[in-house]
Ligand binder design. Structure first.
Ligand code: F6R
Length: 630
């Protein structure tokens, strides 16, 4: 949560780079706005002073403010786009926060847990506070250390030293970026349990919550470790720990194209990302098996013997990623015969779970920064478990702290509601399941090859659904006045139903719930009244036909009570027509792989309904893309 950008260019070299801090920081904020959009702010150092502007609401409000009241040209700046934690989304609570008589500006992502105690201390010293934020306390602490403990001595890297001393006193999770009027060529940053990446340029350097903060300028990035401080100037990047000991970061090359983080002609990122899904699945499959259908997950780098000894798998994730985990559970248990639990990360470590060295933890996270999942993975590691991360964000914290990573190659997902990452996560989890089955001999090579061949056909089948999206879009738009929509599914269709409901809640702000269709008669059927829309994800009539028949009975049950039924069924399943107001057909595919198809119409429906209500589908209210607080 919260997007952070920092920039230092070379005043002499500016002619070469042609970059003004304001432009670089604003461009970075535009790309990072998906991380939080309650308010935004920017500070630059120019002519020996700090100038800053901040505004509640989306980035456009800040841009309007900057047009009305421009900032001076500068080569040093920081910027922030906020997802409110302490204090509401007001101008006053927006970052940057100033200290040291307005000579220091600070921005922050995370939560300072001991802010109340620090604030009391600072109030005792006569510091006045203007906002309700913990960030202003951190700014005041940094300013106080710089001014009163180090006596404003900037000759020996005063701001860096002050940051080290401040971080030694801060508890919680934070990324901090600071600039000081006395040190106009420097941005100092710190991180603990919160993301921060350095971008390396020529005669300029960058900081960002993730690489999209500077992707327009450089592809060279440096990962920082936990509890590190980094000081950037136009020509240098110096890293230390919180006590001043030199430290090193790990350089890597960003392999995605900035154009992949643009809307590509679609009205929203979400619509574009729904249409990216054939490619997201394809890219996630590519290069992971040989022509004999043998999986070659070299990147897993966990001793195969250890994987063979796994006697339990626990999938840890939140939200949509947890639904991907629930889909994966069906496949992994079926293919590998290993008991697999799926647990919401934030519930996991508080219930004293049974985890040992034979447990394989599979975390699933698009961002790789979700704090709840990170903490759960750390806890599991402490108990001796092996940890594999399924993640979409190269270099992010969860894969870095896991024993192994299987990247989903969905490309950057900008819309806050997850779509293409979900399908890519399911795909990656299937690959992991098949790999374990191969390793442990649970499946014949020919069977694995067949499943891989079926997976290989999925991108074209998703495309087929997208090519025929008109009908579901129309239905979504026509249902803009719906007050509540229910979703039913069974087997792998159950997590799909829950994902369909989540998309609708997030985007259209209406009551939506996903149920296991078999659970209906145990309570939820009481919700059904005349005209209640109910989506039903119907399993294939081929193979597990008993399940198909049961779901058809469930449709009849709700229909008999007045529900308006909307059915997602497999091509050729004519049995459902008699009981459905609307039927959307998806191409034939093996049952376990069906979620890769049946989810797509539900995404399109939520998008269309929310768009018809005039809502911003990329940035739904109250949400942020990357949830970096617990
Ligand atoms: C819903 C959504 C969220 C995320 C959840 C986990 O559309 O995007 O529910 O799935 O916050 O995020 P990651 O996958 O980044 O850990």
């Amino acid at each position: 949560m919260c997007g952070i950008v920092g920039y230092v260019g070379h005043s002499a070299g500016r002619v070469n780079t042609g970059h003004n801090a304001l432009d670089v920081v604003l461009e970075g904020l535009r790309r990072l706005e998906y991380r939080g959009y309650d308010s935004a702010g920017i500070a630059v150092v120019a002519d020996g002073t700090i100038s800053s502007r901040k505004k509640s609401g989306k980035l456009n409000n800040l841009i309007a403010e900057l047009e009305a009241s421009p900032l001076p040209e500068s080569v040093t700046g920081i910027g922030h786009t906020r997802w409110a934690t302490h204090g509401g989304p007001t101008d006053q609570n927006a970052h940057p926060h100033l200290a040291d008589d307005g000579k220091l500006a600070l921005i922050h992502n995370g939560i300072i847990e001991n802010f109340a105690e620090l604030k009391l201390d600072l109030l005792g010293k006569g510091v006045e506070f203007r906002s309700e934020t913990d960030t202003e306390v951190a700014a005041a602490l940094l300013g106080d250390i710089y001014r009163n403990q180090l006596h404003g001595d900037h000759s020996t890297g005063g701001l860096t030293k002050a940051m080290q001393l401040a971080c030694q006193r801060l508890e919680g999770a934070f990324t901090l970026l600071a600039v000081h009027a006395d040190q106009p060529d420097v941005v100092v940053a710190a991180r603990r349990n919160s993301p921060l990446v350095v971008g390396l340029g020529e005669g300029e350097n960058f900081l960002g919550s993730d690489v999209s903060g500077f992707i327009d300028y450089t592809r060279r990035a440096v990962e920082l470790g936990q509890d590190q401080i980094v000081t950037i100037t136009a020509d240098s990047v110096e890293i230390t720990d919180f006590y001043g000991a030199p430290a090193e970061g790990k350089e890597y090359k960003v392999d995605w194209d900035p154009a992949s983080a643009e809307k590509g002609g679609f009205p929203s990122f979400m619509e574009k990302e729904i249409h990216d899904q054939p490619d997201a699945v394809l890219q996630t499959l590519l290069g992971r098996s040989d022509i004999h259908g043998r999986l070659t997950l070299d990147e897993l780098r966990i001793d195969p013997e250890l994987l063979k000894s796994v006697d339990k798998i626990i999938v840890l994730a939140c939200g949509t990623s947890a639904y991907a985990g629930q889909v994966a559970k069906y496949a992994i248990e079926r293919w590998c015969r290993i008991p697999t639990e799926v647990e919401l990360s934030h519930e996991f470590r508080y219930r004293d779970p049974i985890v040992d060295e034979n447990t394989l933890i599979v975390s699933i996270s698009q961002s790789g920064e979700t704090m709840d999942t990170l903490m759960a993975v750390r806890y599991a590691k402490e108990q001796g478990a092996k940890t594999v991360s399924i993640c979409n964000t190269n270099g992010s914290t969860i894969p870095r702290e896991s024993d192994a990573v299987l990247y989903t190659h969905a490309g950057p997902e900008i819309a806050v509601a997850s779509t293409k990452a979900f399908l890519a996560q399911i795909t990656a989890a299937y690959l992991l399941g098949l790999y374990l089955a191969q390793l442990r001999g649970n499946k014949f090579q020919g069977e694995i090859k067949d499943i891989l061949a079926d997976l290989g056909k999925i991108p074209a089948k998703i495309q087929q659904i997208l090519d025929n999206e008109g009908q579901i879009k129309e239905l979504g738009a026509a249902m803009a006045d719906a007050k509540s929509v229910l979703f039913l599914g069974r087997h792998v269709g159950f997590p799909v139903a829950m994902e369909g409901a989540l998309k609708l809640k997030e985007l259209a702000y209406i009551h939506a719930e996903g149920f296991a269709a078999g659970e209906l008669k145990h309570g939820p059927i009481a919700l059904i009244e005349e005209g209640q829309p109910v989506f039903v994800v119907v399993p294939s009539p081929r193979g597990r036909d008993s399940l198909h028949a049961k779901v058809v009975s469930n449709i009849q049950e709700v229909r008999a009570r007045g529900a308006k039924t909307i059915v997602i069924a497999e091509e050729g399943d004519e049995a459902v027509q008699a009981y459905a107001e609307h039927v959307f057909y998806i191409p034939e595919t093996p049952t376990l792989l069906a979620p890769l198809l049946s989810t797509v119409p539900l995404q399109i429906f939520a998008l269309a309904l929310a768009s018809a209500k005039g809502y911003d589908v990329d940035q739904p209210r109250n949400l942020a893309k990357s949830v970096t607080v617990e």
